[in-house]
Design a protein around this ligand. Structure first.
Ligand code: ISL
Ligand code: CA
Length: 533
């Protein structure tokens, strides 16, 4: 029961994990060849970012066929082989379920351009106002208008993300039936469940204009509405037939709305990815960065730990810059990398690790917008240009926030190509690859990689780390302190988010420290993480 409560889940971004055929693009056979790495790390399941057929405007989050594998990544046989090979190592596969929108290359959308087709109402189509004004004033997630005119149908369609990602219309019951079939298709193949992309915005209650906001104007018409809850309950019924698991990506949720999506009694999702802790180094929108505020970060984590019975824990994914420069310190790269690992693996919930995090990969080191691939970065660049923002400032904004920060190829070795590919990779390899790579860390018992392995094993060993309650402790930032408690058992976690030593008055016998020490006497070194028994 509830295997996911004991699990550590690893996210693979297929394009950047391992290339097997020398075309510079990661692929499924590449993933199969690296399953031993994941087994050694102690991973129980893989969340696979999209591998479906897609024109790749948003690297697979724009799906043109849910039942086909993108030929760049391999074949359906490769996919079945991956499911089987993973299974033989005790690793489950979770697919990325992107059902808020499809690619405009999808058969449904192409048919939908014809008003007389059975697919006519699969998407949100609307006339604009007179004089060519848009149907409403909403703004999308990638910072631009979210209506695009289709010359064939002579109407606009809604796209909350890129132009080629058209939002599906769930007011048409046929759409949900299609989605149910897709679910069955993959569950029959033996996948264990789904990570559900932007799952709390499926239902739009109306297409009315609304009050202008700094970002996401119009979002009150689609954020976590009853219609979405209803869809999720219908999907749950199918998932239950298979005993399948779901984690939903839920944008703009509060603990309260998150509970409504994943509370046990709700029969919707098993857990959600929330975003609030990702806001601690930004001002209102992700494009405006500010100094990381540890207190806000700790308070936020504590609140979510308290208010939800179970959290999906993460510090990185394919949409976020890397965690060390953000919440840790590049100067104390190794120490802070291990401290963040300790945080992730000792909170209550299911930890999700993103590829490369286990070796402390850092943000990209590109110099020019041309080197980027991310559709979001390109859109934002265009938008900033329109507002005459000078190039230097544009680059400053984009380089710090681009999703490509975390999408550079995995650094397996110090060689040219990083052991990722012999060919020119689809996205640049970070120059720090000579220093930061798996090969260099494998034999080193003090490496970030060894620390992740060790903590994953500790979490497996100690039920208190998995199932115990979270008990916050009084501590002054930059110290974060909490206990995990299960019956008589209790562990104390002390994390010093600082370049300076910090004194604490907590006692206990030392179970782990990311510094070489025998016992703990009350002073934490810079970025030291300590677990006391
Ligand atoms: O990227 C973001 C924050 O940096 C978010 O605005 C993001 O777009 C949002 O979290 C939704 O993300 C998901 O759906 C998108 C896709 O581009 C992302 O990669 C995916 O994780 C559209 O499918
Ligand atoms: Ca390849």
């Amino acid at each position: 029961m509830d295997w996911w409560k004991d699990a550590i889940i690893y996210q693979i971004y297929p394009r950047s994990f391992q290339d097997s055929n020398g075309d510079g693009v990661g692929d499924i056979p590449g993933i199969i060849s690296r399953l031993d790495h994941l087994q050694e790390l102690g991973v129980d399941a893989i969340w696979l970012s999209p591998v479906y057929q897609s024109p790749n405007a948003d690297n697979g989050y724009d799906i043109s066929d849910y039942r086909e594998i993108n030929p760049e990544y391999g074949t359906m046989e490769d996919m079945e082989e991956l499911i089987a090979q993973a299974k033989s190592r005790g690793i489950r596969i979770l697919m990325d379920l992107v059902i808020n929108h499809t690619s405009t290359d999808h058969y449904w959308f192409r048919q939908s351009r014809d008003r007389t087709s059975p697919y006519a109402d699969y998407y949100y189509w609307s006339h604009g106002g007179p004089d060519g004004t848009l149907p409403n004033n909403w703004t999308g997630f990638f910072g631009e208008d979210c209506w695009e005119f289709d010359p064939q149908r002579c109407e606009y369609y809604l796209h909350l993300f890129a132009k080629s990602q058209a939002d599906l219309n769930y007011h048409n019951p046929a759409v949900l039936e299609e989605v149910k079939d897709i679910l069955r298709f993959w569950l029959d193949k033996g996948v264990a469940g789904f990570r559900c992309d932007v799952i709390n915005i499926l239902w739009k209650d109306s297409l009315d204009s609304s009050k202008k906001k700094l970002s996401l104007t119009g979002s009150e018409h689609y954020l976590t509405l009853e219609g979405t809850h209803d869809i999720l309950r219908q999907l749950r019924a199918i998932l239950d037939e298979y005993g399948a698991f779901t984690v939903g990506e839920a944008v703009c949720v509060t603990p309260e709305t998150a509970r409504a999506l994943c509370g046990r009694d709700r029969h919707e999702l098993d857990m959600v990815f929330s975003f609030e802790h990702m806001d601690c180094d930004q001002y209102k929108v992700k494009w405006i960065k500010r100094k990381f505020r540890p207190k806000v970060f700790f308070d936020c984590l504590t609140r979510w730990q308290r208010e939800l019975d179970w959290n999906a824990l993460y510090l990185e994914n394919h949409d976020q810059p890397r965690s060390i420069p953000r919440f840790g310190s590049v100067r104390y790269w190794k120490e802070s990398g291990k401290l963040l690992a300790t945080l992730l693996l000792t909170l209550r919930g299911t930890p999700f690790l993103y590829q490369g995090q286990e070796i402390g990969m850092l943000d990209f080191d590109f110099q020019r917008i041309r080197q980027l691939n991310d559709v979001e970065s390109k859109n934002v660049d265009r938008l900033l240009r329109r507002f005459h923002v000078p190039q230097k400032l544009r680059w400053r904004i984009i380089s710090r926030t681009s999703r490509d920060n975390a999408r550079t190829p995995f650094q397996w070795t110090a060689e040219r190509g990083a052991g990722f590919s012999d060919a020119r990779p689809w996205l640049g390899i970070n120059h720090n690859c000579e220093r930061i790579n798996l090969a260099a860390q494998e034999e080193d018992p003090r490496s970030v990689w060894s620390w992740y392995k060790d903590l994953a094993a500790l979490r497996r060993e100690r039920e208190v780390l998995r199932r115990g309650e979270f008990v916050p402790m009084e501590a002054a930032p930059p110290l974060f302190a909490y206990r995990r408690r299960l019956g008589e058992e209790q562990l104390t976690v002390l994390l010093n988010f600082s370049d300076d030593p910090t004194r604490v008055s907590v006692q206990g016998s030392l179970l782990r420290s990311n510094y070489p020490r025998e016992r703990f006497e009350g002073v934490l070194q810079p970025w030291e993480a300590v677990i006391l028994e």
